[in-house]
Design a protein around this ligand. Structure first.
Ligand code: CS2
Ligand code: MN
Length: 371
């Protein structure tokens, strides 16, 4: 197992590479070119520059006696254009053009030494929460999902709220200037079934996987977050059956999972340890974190320790340790601690302290179960 830590890039993250280097046991920086839109090709020079930044040591480092280096073997994410999910032309791009660009990006990442690429297949937007600074009893804050808030919403109401700069939802990537796209996509998803989505998904995998095999880049899909349908749009990577279906769409081991146990467990029916054991051979990357279920389908994020919430993080690490898991792991969303909301002002869920604590809990379990 290799421990990773997500980093948003120089000038785009309040956590530094030096901070990450000092967390015991962290080897891999999980990175992306965050300015790239879905469907865009990643340029070779930009990839090389980012990897050099992550893996390099400067003279200043050497003058301080720093020798520990980090690797850049995992990318999260290369986002999938909506045309691919919809199987048609949308937002001015055809799915074949979007797939060709995806293939080129994979080739280039493979040549640059990247081993795993994470992505998701969620319609319209990535993870969704109703509160980014929900107070916990210990005085920290965490990301929060209130089902009652979501139940009262329609896509139309959402669009109106976003236009007015109000509303209780946070959807990464959906800044007001992209509102027009939101309406177009909502329209495009009308009548699209789960079965349609799987057919489009298979078309994508069959086109991309041969390149993944050739360049030795493993794909890992991140589960839907939360792991159920929202606003009537079809989500197809939510349940254990969904994961099995996705893996069966293309049998190559390069078609694999980024098993995020926090997202997967947002559905109270989900059995996290069972999923880890079932899909072990196809898990290339995993996010291990905890959430606490609340009545009515709501949940709050909590610290990584098993006793803090509803996810059996001990059983999960035991399963990985017993199998001798050789993939990558990272902690996931952390609480905001120790005044960092006013001092460091991290990206929601991506502060330094709680994620660093998370790594040590996960590594402690790993070490104990491996010995
Ligand atoms: C996230 C997602 O749970 C998570 O890891 O914060 O944004 C995730 O990075 C994407 O869904 C992966 O494509
Ligand atoms: Mn995750």
């Amino acid at each position: 197992m290799k421990m990773g830590f997500r980093w948003y890039g120089e000038g785009n993250d309040t956590v530094s590479l030096d901070d990450i280097r000092q967390i015991p046991g962290v080897q891999t920086v999980v990175w992306s070119l965050h300015h790239k839109q879905a469907g865009e090709v990643w340029e070779e020079a930009e990839i090389a520059a980012e990897i050099a930044t992550i893996t390099g040591l400067t003279d200043e480092h050497r003058s301080r006696g720093v020798t520990k280096t980090l690797d850049a073997e995992v990318v999260e994410s290369v986002n999938v254009h909506e045309s691919i999910k919809l199987g048609t032309t949308v937002l001015g791009m055809s799915r074949d053009e979007a797939i060709a660009n995806y293939v080129t990006t994979i080739e280039r990442l493979g040549r640059a030494g990247v081993k795993v690429v994470c992505y998701n297949f969620m319609p319209v937007f990535d993870w969704l929460r109703t509160d980014l600074f929900h107070p916990l009893p210990d005085g920290s804050t965490a990301l929060f999902y209130d089902q009652k808030v979501v139940d009262g919403l329609t896509p139309e109401k959402l669009i109106a709220d976003m236009a007015a700069g109000t509303g209780a939802l946070t959807m990464p990537g959906w800044e007001p200037e992209r509102l027009a796209h939101f309406a177009e996509l909502n329209e495009a998803y009308q009548g699209v079934t789960h079965g349609d989505m799987y057919a489009h998904y298979k078309y994508f995998l069959d086109a991309v996987i041969p390149t993944c095999e050739e360049y030795d880049v493993k794909l890992g899909v991140h589960p839907d977050d939360p792991a159920f349908d929202l606003f009537g749009w079809p989500r197809v990577v939510s349940t254990k059956d969904d994961l099995a279906t996705v893996l069966s769409l293309n049998d190559s081991v390069y078609n694999g999972l980024t098993l995020c146990l926090g997202s997967f467990s947002s559905n109270p029916e989900a059995a996290a340890v069972d999923a880890v054991r079932t899909f072990m051979d196809r898990i290339h990357f995993t996010h291990v974190r905890n959430i606490k279920h609340l009545p009515g389908g709501s949940f709050t994020e909590v610290g990584h320790r098993a006793s803090e919430g509803s996810v059996d993080t001990i059983g999960i690490m035991k399963a990985y340790a017993e199998a001798g898991f050789t993939g990558y792991v990272r902690p996931d969303h952390g609480r905001h601690l120790w005044d960092e909301n006013t001092t460091r002002r991290p990206r929601p869920g991506y502060g330094l302290y709680d994620r660093a604590l998370g790594t040590q809990y996960l590594l402690g379990l790993w070490d104990a179960f491996r010995s």
